[in-house]
Unconditional design. Structure first.
Length: 317
């Protein structure tokens, strides 16, 4: 998770835009709300909460859940959020522009229509931060869905916010490829605390919670590495390589060649890129492979080769 630039506007700007719209536009949710609520008092309270958020940015797990703010309920603040981040305002796009290439959580490159605004402290429990720019982080659909309304509630689970924090996962992530019940399996995990550069146990626990439970990044990366393994197998199967050439020695030499290639990449930026995941795959294949795994990869290459040959003869390719 890379630290990203903070938003270039404050919650006061969002409040002002909404208050102006009350007198000029016809959205009944907003008009009805601010005929019941003092907009100036509401704005002052929301601003005060933003200041509290920023002051406690390294202890966001201490923030108190609320049912309302200035008599505006959770449901009403959700409407205010939806309205303020709609197409008639540019706040959403200004936040999106802070991360033009990748999701700041999982480092996946953006896909088509893939950006969402994630409330670091969920708006269902913290209506006071529903429109606080510091609390709105652009994430991909997968990360947004996996996190849902969860967050760390104490010092050992914590709350990471990319505006204030960063985690160099490339220093702490390990991959192990193995055989289970006749299938190729992948385990992605963090180094154990005693082997990790992080020597603060609570900080390590926060990273582990964020990685394994909050966003399930271990599962996301496992799927990607497993996909890369099967692409590797398919690539061999589609090549002109003869079956009698596919030996343990040949495969290990190939893995070593690729591992040496990707070892030269610079991963010091901490981004879990597609190249980094390929590197971790080859690292495991070179340094941790069992004879059983290599034999299974060989069998799958041969089996896939037969499938392709059969399909070609039947005109499917």
């Amino acid at each position: 998770m890379k630290k990203i630039e903070e938003p270039d506007f404050k919650v006061s700007d969002v409040c002002d835009a909404i208050i102006v719209d009350v007198s000029t536009k016809e959205d009944r949710r907003i008009k009805d709300l601010f005929t019941q609520v003092d907009s100036t008092q509401w704005k002052n309270e929301v601003e005060s909460c933003e200041n509290e958020y920023y002051s406690n940015r390294n202890r966001l797990y201490d923030m108190k859940e609320m049912n309302s703010i200035c008599e505006v309920t959770v449901a009403q603040m959700k409407d205010v959020y939806s309205y303020s981040m709609s197409g008639s305002h540019d706040f959403r796009n200004r936040i999106y522009s802070l991360v033009p290439e990748r999701c700041p959580i999982c480092d996946k490159r953006w896909g088509f229509d893939d950006k969402n605004l994630d409330h670091i402290l969920p708006k269902s429990k913290f209506p006071q931060f529903a429109i606080t720019p510091y609390n709105l982080v652009p994430t991909c659909s997968t990360c947004n869905d996996r996190k849902n309304d969860d967050y760390g509630r104490d010092i050992s689970t914590g709350v990471f916010n990319p505006y204030f924090h960063e985690i160099f996962l490339t220093k702490h992530m390990e991959c192990y490829i193995y055989v289970s019940s006749g299938n190729i399996e992948v385990n992605v995990h963090l180094k154990s605390f005693d082997k990790c550069e992080i020597q603060d146990e609570n900080k390590y626990k926060r990273m582990k919670y964020w990685f394994e439970e909050l966003y399930n990044l271990d599962e996301i990366y496992k799927v990607k590495i497993k996909t890369n393994i099967y692409m590797l197998i398919d690539g061999f199967a589609r090549s002109d390589l003869q079956e009698n050439m596919i030996s343990e020695v040949f495969l290990l030499e190939h893995f070593r060649e690729k591992y040496d290639k990707y070892s030269k990449y610079n991963f010091s930026d901490g981004i879990v890129s597609e190249e980094f995941l390929i590197f971790k795959m080859y690292e495991s294949l070179v340094n941790k492979s069992t004879e059983e795994l290599i034999e299974l990869i060989k069998e799958k290459i041969i089996s896939r080769k037969l499938e392709i040959t059969s399909a070609r003869s039947e005109g499917e390719f």
